[in-house]
Ligand binder design. Structure first.
Ligand SMILES: *[C@@H]1O[C@H](CO)[C@@H](O)[C@H](O)[C@H]1NC(C)=O
Ligand SMILES: *[C@@H]1O[C@H](CO)[C@@H](O)[C@H](O)[C@H]1NC(C)=O
Ligand SMILES: *[C@@H]1O[C@H](CO)[C@@H](O)[C@H](O)[C@H]1NC(C)=O
Ligand SMILES: *[C@@H]1O[C@H](CO)[C@@H](O)[C@H](O)[C@H]1NC(C)=O
Ligand SMILES: *[C@@H]1O[C@H](CO)[C@@H](O)[C@H](O)[C@H]1NC(C)=O
Ligand SMILES: *[C@@H]1O[C@H](CO)[C@@H](O)[C@H](O)[C@H]1NC(C)=O
Ligand SMILES: *[C@@H]1O[C@H](CO)[C@@H](O)[C@H](O)[C@H]1NC(C)=O
Ligand SMILES: *[C@@H]1O[C@H](CO)[C@@H](O)[C@H](O)[C@H]1NC(C)=O
Length: 808
């Protein structure tokens, strides 16, 4: 029996390893693993770069003399791209480009166009300030344009891709055997063996057979279509569904009733604009195992072939399934190879200020207050609806009727503001999802009534295992309240560091401040579709993010992930990093390998930073929910190299192929970097910037350094005064600067550059010292990088020359 992609190269969930649902609490390592299945892979782009230009222009951003008019940044970027590329390459400026209000940096996203068709992975992001380009990332295709309608031959197999896969399979096997031979007594050999099998061996094998051998494919699927395929995406789509569905029954059904499925799928067409380019999107109904109609459009994608990169014509699909939301590229011509897949779902296990203050009754919540990571470190208390007036002008429970998806058309046509007495608002819709279904709108939500006092009991009792689930469901009111509270706090916090409407945040209503709206986070508490994990789906700006939190059967009574702030923050941070990297409309930039790993790492780092306090301490991730002191990662986050020995080179080890393990290394590196900045700038007890004054001015308070002005009297961006707030700012600004599919090097460089932009580079040496301490110094190298994070890495502990004198 064929199974397809049972596990993923990038198992995108909270935890890399999760426990099967078992009625008795068990130790994580002794039970069979049940995972959400997910795919994630794509071609490597050796030619992709992230470059800094004109470093001198960054120092404090000496602005152009007042007499010189600063030019339109989009024009500047367009001119730069044209000069940079030469005349022959076509491109469009994407409309999700934006100017960062705080830093004044304009992030311009450019998409390559060949033969009037988008190159799906041909992106240039240009960062412009004061009329000058200071950095850019570039993954444009540089070869000759393919002839579009040549149907003479099906494309050659992607020989390089397949050879590379075979080579990689050998390398992994050898690595693993070496590790086995050297493993010490007591090491978790069984666990690593299983990880290797599930995360490396089997996915590589299936990827290979799916894409290179074609041994299992029914003849009609592999060879049916030729030229017609360019007008008909259905064959390619069915081929993808066979690979993507987690259900063997669905596979068998598609194979048995192929023609029936083909005939059942109906298409409608929508014209979409990408910049100035009109593209046709086919919306296909009745796709087996998809929960919504699938969007399809023709695009090119870059694949390695014969030592070069060539363009393959693909169908680019957006497929929403129960547990996955895929963006997939499948060759348009038969045989329909799956060229790349990004799952917008990521698991975790592991402006102007409104004139009118909100007048309705403010809510109160009985919750674990912000900063209390979980029930083991504090008790609940009554907290106010401490919404941030800039981030949530209407508070957390109000939104215009017009933007409320649960309202009737009649009400949506009215102008008023709806004030809910439940966990329903502009940023977050929180509710139970015991049945683990996709439907969410009418799920149960606690209702505090007119009092707006969300004061519900949380008194889980020790029961036998049969009753444990029911016991947890008794405090659903409290847990949904907690999820709503934490998620709104995260929304407001990230907003103040620049994750706002134009950069793609999650809100139903955007207050006329730009960006796509209608995309609050749908937050499911006690989701019945799993245990011992959590996950987040991030579609492009304008579509709701979806957060699913699970119960953990790791202890009695069961533990509820909604009550562990670190897990909620980790999940919501997927939305942050995915929307900021490569632009709000591109959710395909953190799909696998190092970039997918950093998608996990940012979440752990931000969760750990938020829970930390003035007295330094090491922290574990998910320790309470998982009921193990070391948490759900290999190591706790620590400055101590004995306690956490991770360095850049750690990524070469067996067991570091999943995105969570990669992310753990990145989070550890950032943790070390952050402590450098804290040592230099001190620590602030609150990460929340002060509220604005009545006239809209943001006071410096003790939070920001004194406002500085340029020579022409304009305000410079406010700079957080303390180390912990500064690193959060630099990390977010770095996400905006880096290109699509960044490596560790790119993300490191982007953070250093973010400091150039914000402070004129005054922390240049501190940042390098932090990165170098964990092997990510200027001469760190990787050879033979693969899409899933493979390659041989070399640590560098040195510093740039300019930092040498103050090493002592
Ligand atoms: C909701 O509260 C706002 C004040 O914040 C008020 O202006 C609005 O009329 C209220 N909506 C309804 C339907 O009562
Ligand atoms: C919670 O409160 C109880 C009773 O006041 C106290 O015994 C316990 O130590 C507190 N728990 C934590 C984690 O602070
Ligand atoms: C919350 O509920 C508890 C128990 O029902 C009650 O003792 C307490 O006074 C309530 N607090 C508020 C602020 O309503
Ligand atoms: C579990 O406890 C409930 C009562 O709390 C009881 O009705 C049930 O029989 C018990 N089940 C087992 C398997 O012991
Ligand atoms: C949740 O709260 C409502 C009152 O708002 C109450 O009627 C209901 O019984 C509570 N649910 C549970 C499971 O305690
Ligand atoms: C930090 O440690 C000091 C001294 O032990 C203690 O007084 C203080 O309460 C601690 N602060 C926090 C936030 O834990
Ligand atoms: C680091 O941790 C190890 C093991 O816990 C301990 O022996 C050592 O003293 C620690 N080093 C420092 C500098 O704290
Ligand atoms: C806003 O008000 C503060 C304090 O009243 C004042 O210092 C500041 O200059 C005002 N800013 C503007 C732009 O009016």
């Amino acid at each position: 029996m064929r199974t397809i992609f049972a596990a993923s190269l990038a198992a995108a969930t909270l935890a890399g390893r999760v426990l099967a649902h078992s009625p008795v609490p068990v130790d994580a390592d002794d039970v069979p693993v049940k995972r959400r299945k997910t795919l994630g892979f794509g071609p490597v782009h050796p030619h992709a770069t992230f470059k800094q230009v004109r470093q001198e222009s960054l120092a404090g951003f000496a602005p152009a003399p007042a007499s010189v008019e600063v030019r339109d940044p989009v024009e500047v970027a367009t001119e730069f791209v044209r000069a940079h590329l030469g005349e022959e390459t076509g491109f469009v400026v994407r409309k999700d480009s934006y100017t960062d209000r705080a830093t004044g940096v304009t992030h311009v996203y450019v998409r390559q166009v060949v033969n009037g068709i988008e190159v799906a992975d041909g992106d240039i992001n240009v960062n412009v300030k004061d009329g000058k380009v200071f950095s850019y990332g570039d993954s444009f295709y540089r070869g000759p344009a393919p002839s579009m309608y040549s149907t003479a031959v099906a494309p050659q197999p992607h020989a390089d891709y397949c050879t590379q896969l075979e080579y990689q399979m050998d390398v992994e096997q050898t690595n693993f055997e070496q590790w086995l031979a050297s493993a010490e007594q007591g090491e978790q050999v069984q666990l690593v063996r299983r990880q290797f099998r599930e995360s490396v061996h089997e996915p590589l094998k299936r990827l290979h057979s799916m894409n290179c051998a074609f041994v299992d494919l029914p003849a009609d699927m592999a060879h049916k279509s030729t030229a017609a395929a360019l007008e008909d995406p259905r064959h390619a789509l069915l081929q993808f569904m066979v690979a993507a569905t987690p259900s063997e029954e669905v596979v068998q059904d598609i194979l048995a009733k192929y023609d029936q499925h083909l005939a059942g799928m109906r298409s409608t067409f929508e014209a979409h604009l990408v910049g100035d380019l009109q593209t046709m999107v086919e919306v296909i109904d009745n796709v087996p195992d998809a929960v919504n109609p699938v969007k399809a459009k023709l695009a090119y994608i870059q694949v390695p072939e014969g030592g070069k990169t060539v363009l393959d014509l693909v169908w680019k699909f957006e497929v929403e399934m129960k547990d996955n939301w895929y963006e997939a590229a499948v060759s348009a011509k038969a045989p329909h190879r799956i060229v790349s897949v990004v799952d917008w779902a990521s698991d975790s296990p592991f402006s102007p200020v409104p004139k009118e203050p909100v007048e309705r009754k403010m809510a109160t919540y009985n919750v674990f207050a912000w900063g209390i990571n979980d029930p083991s470190v504090g008790n609940r208390s009554i907290e106010k609806e401490t919404y941030d007036a800039i981030a949530s002008p209407l508070g957390w429970h109000s939104l215009p009727y017009a933007n409320d998806p649960a309202e009737s058309d009649y009400m949506r046509a009215t102008k008023g503001i709806k004030n809910s007495t439940t966990t329903w608002g502009n940023n977050v819709f929180a509710h139970e999802d015991w049945e683990g279904r996709n439907a969410w709108m009418y799920n149960y939500r606690p209702d505090a009534g007119e009092s707006m006092n969300f004061n519900f009991t949380y008194e889980p009792k020790l029961t036998n295992s049969t009753d444990a689930l029911e016991e947890a469901q008794k405090y659903i009111n409290a847990t949904v309240t907690q999820l709503f509270y934490t998620s709104n706090m995260v929304h407001d916090l990230y907003y103040r560091y620049g994750f706002d409407e134009v950069s793609g945040n999650f809100q139903q209503h955007n207050f006329g401040r730009g960006g796509e709206e209608g995309d609050a986070v749908i937050a499911n508490a006690q989701d019945g579709s799993g245990y011992n994990n959590a996950n987040f789906m991030t579609p492009p700006d304008g579509q709701n993010g979806r957060c699913r939190m699970y119960l953990w059967n790791t202890a009695m009574p069961y533990r509820d992930g909604d009550l562990e702030a670190g897990i909620v923050i980790h999940e919501l941070s997927h939305g942050l990093s995915t929307r900021l990297t490569g632009g709000p409309a591109n959710s395909g930039c953190l799909g696998w390998g190092e970039s997918g790993g950093m998608g996990e790492g940012w979440g752990d780092f931000l969760a750990t930073t938020i829970r930390s306090n003035k007295n330094y301490s090491d922290y574990a991730m998910g320790a309470w929910a998982a009921n193990r002191p070391q948490g759900i990662r290999n190591y706790v986050y620590s400055l101590n190299e004995t306690v956490n020995p991770s360095t850049y080179k750690t990524l070469d080890k067996p067991g570091y192929w999943g995105v969570h393990a990669i992310g753990e290394v990145w989070a550890e590196i950032l943790w070390v970097v952050s402590q450098r900045l804290i040592a230099k700038h001190g620590y602030t007890e609150t990460l929340f910037p002060p509220a604005p004054l009545e006239n809209g001015t943001i006071p410096e308070g003790d939070f920001y350094r004194p406002q500085e002005y340029t020579a022409t009297g304009e305000k410079k961006p406010l700079v957080p005064k303390h180390g912990n707030s500064l690193i959060v700012q630099l990390v977010l600004n770095g996400m905006k600067l880096q290109q699509c599919r960044p490596s560790f090097f790119d993300a490191r460089d982007a953070i250093i550059q973010a400091d150039q932009v914000l402070t004129g580079g005054e922390n240049y040496c501190e940042l390098w010292k932090g990165f170098s301490a964990r092997g990510l110094g200027p001469d760190a190298r990787v050879e033979g990088r693969t899409p899933w994070g493979g390659g041989i890495r070399t640590d560098d502990y040195a510093l740039p020359k300019t930092c040498l004198e103050d090493v002592a």
